[in-house]
Design a protein around this ligand. Structure first.
Ligand code: DX5
Ligand code: ZN
Length: 228
């Protein structure tokens, strides 16, 4: 995985057909997804439950791009090796998930993955000030984590501040929650390069009608390119 600041669309399979993950992943990639975003929820850190490392391992052979695994779980550390074994390329943990995020990021890199750190809407940019040299991706939540299809919460100032703090380090800024053609351009302008989108990619499509996924992703890309 080489670093590039180009705009990447990462559909969240939280909005996919849960009985058909393999075909859904193939469909979004065939329609132009840059990364595949996998939302892991534990019913404890967030009030919803999705899938664990065994399911993520089963997704792996279908993902030809980048498997971007977003852990909304606490604790994180006991599961890092399981997600490395499942084949995550990027493993992201929340700064709010425990007292030892510094150690967690070291362990993620130590297990051979890119290390991501996520910030809830209520957490300031400064929470990652001492983590920048351990981090490959900062995920800025623009909804409170736990569910797809929620209303976008504006985090423009936070993204701008993070881009300044990052300087010339090779760190992606990912935006997660409520991304669509109206909300994505402002985030890119502020400094984001990875756009997670669940409902805005999967709406109106299915594995037998995958063209809608492509149109939905193109609408986001066109909106972003229009302001550049
Ligand atoms: C929220 C998840 C997101 C979510 C995005 O907890 O981390 O990845 O699926 O979904 P939309 O794009 O529908 O807001
Ligand atoms: Zn996510």
């Amino acid at each position: 995985m080489t670093f590039h600041r180009s705009i990447k669309i990462a559909p969240s399979i939280l909005s996919a057909d849960f009985a058909n993950f393999g075909a859904e992943i193939q469909a979004i990639e065939a329609q132009g997804a840059d990364w595949v975003h996998v939302d892991v929820m534990d019913g404890h850190f967030v009030p919803n439950l999705t899938f664990g490392p065994m399911a993520v391992k089963a997704f792996r052979p279908h993902v030809k791009t980048v498997m971007d695994v977003h852990l909304m779980i606490a604790p994180v550390d006991p599961y890092i090796d399981a997600y490395a074994d499942a084949g995550a390329d990027v493993l992201t943990a929340h700064v709010e998930a425990g007292p030892h995020i510094h150690r967690t990021l070291q362990a993620i890199r130590g297990a051979g993955m890119k290390a991501g750190v996520a910030l809830n809407p209520g957490t300031p940019a400064e929470a990652v000030a001492h983590l920048l040299d351990l981090t490959d991706l900062i995920c800025v939540m623009t909804v409170n984590p736990g569910f797809g299809g929620q209303k976008y919460i504006d985090m423009t100032d936070k993204v701008r501040r993070l881009r300044e703090m990052i300087g010339d380090r090779e760190i992606h800024i990912e935006i997660d929650g409520g991304m669509d053609p109206t909300t994505a351009p402002g985030m890119v302008q502020a400094g984001a390069d990875v756009l997670v989108a669940g409902s805005a990619v999967f709406r109106g499509g299915s594995v037998s009608q995958p063209g809608a996924y492509g149109e939905n992703m193109r609408a986001i890309r066109d909106a972003v390119e229009a302001i550049q």
